[in-house]
Design a protein around this ligand. Structure first.
Ligand SMILES: Cc1ncc(COP(=O)(O)O)c(C=O)c1O
Length: 372
């Protein structure tokens, strides 16, 4: 990872464990995302990484008008930030169907789109929307091989897409193609896998269009597949990376070809030196995502040989040779392994600009619902 300035002149206002965002690094990441996209109008970044109005507004100022999210709280955060084109990249079921109606009623000026991969919720949404005299667009969620959600391209998928044209209250929005399985470290291998996914989606699009069905967009990819999708020239293609706005350590290791630097870090303090070769810092799993293994949840660039040996809610014990050099109160900066669930664990982030804490950005949509 490239060198960057991580100096904070005065940390006295930072309550630890504190999420800190280095503004200059984030700006550089956003510039790199714009550069890689080739054209800002192709971008539809996912906000799950930051969940912050402040970051969304910066993206809007950069000319990024299309945005993606995974929850209604995130959709509401985007709407309240001024976004007029929102994709909720999530299949709507249960109360979320009525929430979709409330959302379009509340924000009539917003183009609101969601995903679907099954006939039943599509019919329920159609019923709810048309009863309310409303409508919204749906993307057919194609299973790209991750087998998380979606439906394989084929006759059943075709039938569902046809419903988007036929049912009242629903408009055909296009295709959703998220390939979270394409995490090959070798760029050549990743390219091959991503292009294979693209081939399936674009063939399917061609098939739908040959039947007179309209496919206005194909929303594809995350951060790892972004360089490959960005290299494809297709007017319908929208690029939906999320993590690259902040970036994190696990993606840094996984994708050495990407030119992003972790902009969000966690400031932590030594609270104890329990044995001769260990220190304990106030960075428990209530402050960093615990989906990676304990050894991959955070890394300390200043302690490359530190071995995490125990993490509890509010404690992280590190084994290191020079434990004796540390005193309670000493500060360290950690890079989160997985930033998206990490930001959700913090109410706000301290923003560092020109080496000083300049602002506090609320993590506006960390909760599952706000008002809708
Ligand atoms: C549906 C969807 N789209 C886009 C993204 C963004 O991907 P990444 O985190 O690799 O940038 C994600 C991430 O989980 C996702 O689930």
């Amino acid at each position: 990872m490239a060198e960057c300035n991580l100096t904070i002149q005065d940390t006295s206002s930072i309550v630890s464990p504190g999420l800190v965002v280095f503004r200059e690094i984030m700006n550089a990441n956003l510039s790199e995302m714009l550069r890689e996209s080739g054209d800002v109008s192709r971008l539809r970044p996912h906000c799950k990484t930051h969940k912050m109005k402040a970051v969304t507004k910066i993206q809007l100022e950069l000319g990024i008008t299309k945005h993606k999210c995974a929850t209604f709280a995130e959709a509401e955060m985007l709407a309240e930030s001024g976004v007029k084109d929102i994709l909720l990249g999530y299949n709507l079921v249960g109360p979320n169907i009525q929430r979709a109606v409330s959302f379009v009623q509340r924000y009539p000026e917003i183009q609101f789109i969601a995903t679907a991969d099954h006939e039943i919720p599509v019919r329920q949404l159609s019923e709810a929307m048309s009863t309310a005299g409303q409508s919204m667009a749906l993307l057919l969620d194609l299973d790209s091989g991750q087998h998380r959600t979606g439906i394989a391209a084929g006759e059943a998928a075709n039938q569902i897409y046809r419903l988007f044209h036929e049912l009242p209250g629903i408009e055909p929005g296009g295709i959703h193609l998220y390939d979270g399985q394409n995490h090959q470290t070798d760029l050549g291998e990743r390219r091959e896998a991503v292009l294979a996914c693209w081939q399936i989606a674009s063939d399917f699009r061609n098939q739908l269009e040959s039947q007179g069905l309209s496919v206005p967009r194909i929303v594809a990819g995350g951060t790892g597949s972004f360089p490959v999708y960005a290299s494809i020239s297709d007017p319908a293609l929208e690029l939906s990376p999320g993590t690259n706005t902040f970036f994190d350590n696990n993606y840094g290791n996984m994708f050495p070809d990407l030119q992003y630097i972790p902009a969000a870090r966690i400031l932590t303090r030594v609270i104890s030196r329990p044995t001769e070769d260990t220190i304990t810092v106030d960075l428990g799993y209530k402050a960093c995502a615990s989906d990676p293994d304990v050894g991959k949840r955070v890394v300390f660039p200043d302690l490359p040989h530190a071995q995490p040996i125990l993490q509890n809610e509010e404690h992280l014990v590190l084994r290191l040779e020079n434990a004796g050099d540390f005193t309670p109160g000493d500060e360290l900066l950690a890079i989160p392994g997985h930033i998206c669930p990490t930001s959700a664990l913090h109410k706000s982030a301290y923003v560092i600009e020109n080496e000083r804490v300049t602002e506090n950005w609320e993590v506006s949509s960390r909760d599952r619902w706000l008002t809708i």
